[in-house]
Design a protein around this ligand. Sequence first.
Ligand SMILES: NC(=O)c1ccc[n+]([C@@H]2O[C@H](COP(=O)([O-])OP(=O)(O)OC[C@H]3O[C@@H](n4cnc5c(N)ncnc54)[C@H](OP(=O)(O)O)[C@@H]3O)[C@@H](O)[C@H]2O)c1
Length: 212
Amino acid sequence: MKTHVIVQDLSKLTTFADYKELADKIPADFDIALLLCNAGVSQFGGFMQAYEKTGDEDQINVNSLHPVYLNKALLPRMLQRSQKSGIINVSSVAHLTPVPGLALYDASKVFINYFTQAVAFELKADGTNIDMMEYSPSLVYTKLSLLRGGFFAISAEEAACQSLDDLGNTTYTNGPLKHAVRAWMMRTMIYYFQASIFKSQHKANKDFFTFQ
Ligand SMILES: NC(=O)c1ccc[n+]([C@@H]2O[C@H](COP(=O)([O-])OP(=O)(O)OC[C@H]3O[C@@H](n4cnc5c(N)ncnc54)[C@H](OP(=O)(O)O)[C@@H]3O)[C@@H](O)[C@H]2O)c1
């Protein structure tokens, strides 16, 4: 397998021209069969407490804008391939319900959900050779989640294997059964318990920032 590495701080790229320039650095004979838009950042904290920090733009640029422009910059090349190609945009079950303390993160993932589903439909309806899929995991042990345990958490390897298995069969997946169950719970039960979850989450945020 050939590898071509480009190191880039995606929070600094804010226009399509930036991404076009990045895409143009990839040699013309380099075959792009799979695009995985995985980069993401999450800043926890009540909107007004976190307002003073610099993370707002990062969350919007990295989580939402980068998949849009990277998809747009690389799609023309991928459309020229005669073999099947795949695009995976990583969202999160966070798109299923708003959570106090994660307002921007949740909103950025709703964006990916709508964006990916609409473009996946367009690519299919136009009869292209591209399978586009949104991967919407629940908790994964990574430096973003800082998790070390929990019934619903899975390893990054499991997340990667399951999402790749689903590519070509669906335009949306939560990955393994555990995460599909978790997503189902969030979709259904949350409407009954949303008010009380919001109240306790909001209080927890306030306590956290007072303690800091
Ligand atoms: N972990 C979870 O529980 C969970 C749940 C649902 C969805 N997700 C989503 O899964 C995706 C992967 O996250 P993860 O959990 O694997 O977290 P992670 O270990 O922190 O990985 C995030 C990746 O994004 C890259 N990144 C962050 N900011 C960047 C920037 N400004 N420019 C370039 N690259 C940047 C990081 O690069 P560096 O390594 O160089 O920092 C890292 O490779 C994200 O989209 C996240 O929202 C995660």
